[in-house]
Design a protein around this ligand. Structure first.
Ligand code: PLP
Length: 403
């Protein structure tokens, strides 16, 4: 009999955003007169900034001439981009990351899904709950679904670390150390940031227990307060942490695709360099982000690029403030939205997340994301994103206020 990978059958239902999209489409088909506003999926709405567009045009032109044509990009990314990242994202923040510790990729989602390949199938994985679904689903697909095995003393499967209002959406350090800990700050979906002191606690914990932290900093550009932008701002993070970064939310590359992963050479487990393993993996499974896209990424770090993307981020930050203040003024309990483009609200009257989704869609024509779709501790919460246009965001807030 043909044997498929049965781990896929253990995945919970369809991917959250497919269900949200399907419900929104069904509603729109039944109510063509309603202008449905989506503050659901975390996709940007502002176009690429002029500096990026200019770089793309120039790179496309280069590709049309034999003398400036580029074929396969280097597996790990062009050195000029890696040097630029090391300087701007790390050295400028006092973090010691060298260009050869940076792996350029086509975005943080691919890397967030693939990075678990570095770990044993019986590795114990810990995630914050609610969680960006990719961390859990990629581990389930790989087969990390088992429970504690008394004979071997090993765990399989995924440990959920609850994050709710009662603990300030910040989990305590697990008593029994996992092998791998996924942290995402500023957080999707709760929109909460982490202080340097708390992040340092995680780093110290990982260094003393031997755990590896997978730190997803896709939203660092939204930090307004005095919070760490990179885990490598913490002492000792080079020996316990991998960092995932993206150009999607700071520079609007959701459809252009660019990101990078940092694996310091000091990160060694079981006598093996995780940097070397990932380099090996990249060499086998990845042929590099496109030249024209890496050139566009360079433009993000130019003086004009920096100013232009700052302006775009400012638009989304203003949306976040509008949602946060508008909804709390209307009596909702809201979290996040200060250092992240996500607002996490408590559903009114203890409604379930999906009931609130239906209410909002049917009575306000607004699409959000049910918190329960991000994990059990997301039940009773609801996520709105600040990535809509300012006009739509304002309209959506007014509609919710008048419910
Ligand atoms: N990590 C987190 C926490 C995200 O929320 C997202 C996208 O929503 C990603 C990674 C994906 O980023 P990219 O577009 O670079 O794949």
């Amino acid at each position: 009999m043909f044997r498929i990978n049965e781990n896929y059958l253990k995945l919970g239902g369809s991917y959250l955003f497919s269900t949200v999209g399907r419900k929104a489409r069904e509603f729109q088909a039944q109510h063509p007169e309603v202008e449905v506003i989506s503050l659901g999926i975390g996709d940007v709405t502002e176009p690429l900034c002029p500096a990026v567009i200019k770089a793309l045009h120039e790179a496309v032109e280069e590709m049309g001439h034999a003398e400036s044509f580029h074929g396969y990009a280097p597996d790990l990314g062009y050195v000029w981009l890696r040097e630029c990242i090391a300087k701007n994202d790390y050295a400028a923040r006092g973090a010691r990351i060298t260009p050869d510790e940076i792996f350029v990729s086509d975005g943080a989602k691919s890397d967030a899904g693939a990075i678990q390949e570095l770990f044993s199938l019986d590795a114990r994985i810990a995630v914050c709950d609610p969680v960006y679904p990719v961390y859990v689903d990629s581990n389930v697909m790989a087969g990390r679904t088992g429970a504690f095995d008394a004979e071997t003393g090993r765990y399989g499967g995924v440990l959920y670390m609850p994050c709710r209002a009662e603990n300030g959406f910040s989990p305590s350090l697990p008593e029994e150390a996992p092998d791998v800990i996924y942290l995402c700050y500023p957080n999707n979906p709760t929109g909460m940031g982490i202080s340097k002191e708390k992040l340092q606690n995680w780093v110290d914990y990982a260094n003393s227990s031997g755990a590896v932290i997978l730190y997803d900093a896709a939203y660092e550009a939204y930090i307004t307060g005095d919070l760490p932008h990179s885990i490598y701002e913490c002492d000792g993070a080079e020996s316990c942490a991998i960092e995932l970064r993206s150009f999607s939310k700071n520079a609007g590359f959701t459809g252009t695709r660019l990101g990078f992963t940092v694996i310091p050479k000091a990160l060694v487990r079981g006598g093996v360099s995780l940097h070397d393993l990932w380099a090996r993996r990249h060499g086998t499974r990845y042929n590099g982000a496109p030249y024209i896209v890496q050139k566009a990424g360079m433009a993000v770090y130019s003086e004009e690029g920096k100013a232009q993307i700052r302006e775009q981020i400012g638009i989304y930050q203003k949306n976040a403030r509008l949602i946060r203040e508008g909804l709390s003024g209307a009596g909702y309990t809201v979290y996040g939205g200060v250092d992240a483009p996500y607002i996490w609200l408590k559903t009114p009257g203890n409604m379930s997340s999906w009931d609130f989704f239906d209410l909002l869609l049917n009575q306000a024509g607004v699409v959000g994301t049910p918190g329960s779709g991000f994990g059990p501790s997301g039940e009773g919460y609801f996520r709105l994103t600040a990535f809509g246009s300012p006009a739509n965001t304002e309209k959506a807030v007014k509609r919710i206020q008048s419910l």
